[in-house]
Design a protein around this ligand. Structure first.
Ligand SMILES: NC(=O)c1ccc[n+]([C@@H]2O[C@H](COP(=O)([O-])OP(=O)(O)OC[C@H]3O[C@@H](n4cnc5c(N)ncnc54)[C@H](OP(=O)(O)O)[C@@H]3O)[C@@H](O)[C@H]2O)c1
Length: 271
């Protein structure tokens, strides 16, 4: 088992726990007996989940509200864990957002906020938490990337590039961490029905129509696939057969054919 066993002084830090994939991963870890530190901006949602998990599984759960686009808030999360007398034995970086539409018509502040959340926060939290994990020779990190990591995505250019960063970074960390007792896994979901698409600015019907039904995997299955891959110490997991084919296609297809084809289909470029 690559995930260190739960213990009274250990906590699994889960970002993006107020919704979607992060919330389901938190539920899956609590069901396996792990104490949790839940992180996101919407504090009331985190408190509701904390109550649910404590009642259902009898685990210890703390809530640390934080805007992960802010570097000081990220440091604050790690300090809050330490102040509670806990060590992070699991880190799940699930918080993420996307902008939609061409960059030349974008809100520059939204583009930067996305990169701070999707890229900077992942790298910052890993670099804050990994030294202790390596020293203790115990730890498991799950970084949520996307099938968007496997190819450029006109219409979500910054998002796909951010997820390519998360995938590449996670794979490189594994190389560095060989023999340390610490593992890093990248979870690469295809489309999942969460709050993500609507918050990004997609019309839900438009998103459904743009992506064939075999690509959509239920959030519970995506979370479970991520936790199982973490338990097995796997490098990467892409939930769903159709998404695994998309990932292979995205890696192998010549960019000169793929990029214009994606640009023609992307709903964010057809408005
Ligand atoms: N849904 C999909 O189709 C899909 C596909 C592939 C990959 N993913 C990835 O999966 C991850 C989870 O997405 P989801 O589908 O579960 O979306 P979601 O339901 O919208 O959840 C996103 C989570 O990220 C948190 N978050 C966003 N910005 C934040 C910030 N600045 N600071 C702190 N927390 C922040 C949100 O919490 P607050 O708003 O409360 O802060 C929320 O808990 C993301 O990394 C996403 O890129 C999603």
């Amino acid at each position: 088992m690559a995930i260190p066993a739960p213990a009274a002084d250990r906590t699994a830090v889960v970002t993006g726990a107020s919704s979607g994939i992060g919330r389901e991963i938190a539920r899956g870890l609590a069901g396996r007996g792990h104490g949790l530190t839940l992180v996101a901006r919407r504090e009331e949602r985190l408190r509701e989940l904390a109550r649910e998990l404590t009642d259902a599984h009898g685990v210890r759960v703390e809530v640390v509200p934080a805007d992960l686009a802010d570097a000081a808030a990220r440091t604050g999360v790690v300090e809050a864990v330490r102040a509670a007398g806990l060590v992070p034995h699991v880190l799940v970086n699930a918080a993420g957002v996307s902008t939609v539409g061409p960059v030349h018509a974008s809100d520059p502040d939204a583009e930067v906020a996305m990169l701070r959340t999707d890229v900077e926060a992942v790298a910052h939290l890993c670099s804050l938490v990994l030294p202790g994990m390596v020293e203790r020779r115990a730890g498991a990190v799950l970084n949520v990337a996307s099938t968007a990591a496997f190819q450029p995505l006109p219409g979500q250019a910054g998002y796909a590039a951010a997820k390519a960063f998360v995938l590449s970074y996670s794979q490189a960390l594994r190389g560095e961490l060989r023999g340390t007792g610490v593992t890093v896994t990248a979870l690469c979901p295809g489309p999942v029905r969460t709050e993500f698409a609507e918050r990004a600015g997609f019309d839900p019907a438009e998103a459904e129509a743009a992506l064939p039904w075999p690509l959509w995997v239920p959030v519970e299955r995506v979370a479970e696939a991520g936790i199982e891959a973490l338990e097995q110490g796997r490098a990467t997991v892409v939930p769903g057969v159709a998404n695994r084919l998309v990932a292979v296609g995205g890696r192998l297809a010549p960019r000169s054919l793929l990029v214009p084809a994606v640009a023609r289909r992307h709903p964010g470029l057809r408005r």
